[in-house]
Design a protein around this ligand. Structure first.
Ligand code: FES
Length: 106
């Protein structure tokens, strides 16, 4: 099995583990959505809607955001130094232990 565990920090501060397969080419957004998190993903993962915004809480090394992702993040009302669009983050073995918090769109 090539599953990794990603943690989602809930509003309560509790961390929920989410198992994610690394061999299916899924994005973090797809994993979170499939786990029941309320992500609208209206653009379908094209870095255009910003509804899949997450804040990365662990110091997991992630690939740099693409220009499209950086541009979209810049236009969001609330953004942190570790904000990412989860649709642009591919799930791979390096992400084991990644901890994120969903940033709801106002
Ligand atoms: S799903 Fe629209 S920006 Fe990620």
């Amino acid at each position: 099995m090539s599953d990794i565990t990603i943690y989602v920090q809930e509003a309560s501060g509790e961390k929920t583990p989410v198992e994610a397969p690394t061999d299916m080419g899924l994005s973090l957004m797809e994993i979170l959505k499939a786990s029941g998190y309320p992500i609208a993903a209206t653009c379908g993962g094209m870095a255009l809607c910003g509804t899949c915004h997450v804040e990365v809480l662990s110091n997991t090394e992630l690939p740099e955001p693409s220009d499209d992702e950086a541009y979209m993040l810049d236009s969001l009302p609330v953004v942190t130094d570790t904000s990412r669009l989860s649709c642009q983050v591919k799930v791979d073995p390096d992400l084991d232990g990644l901890t994120v918090k969903l940033v709801p769109v106002e």
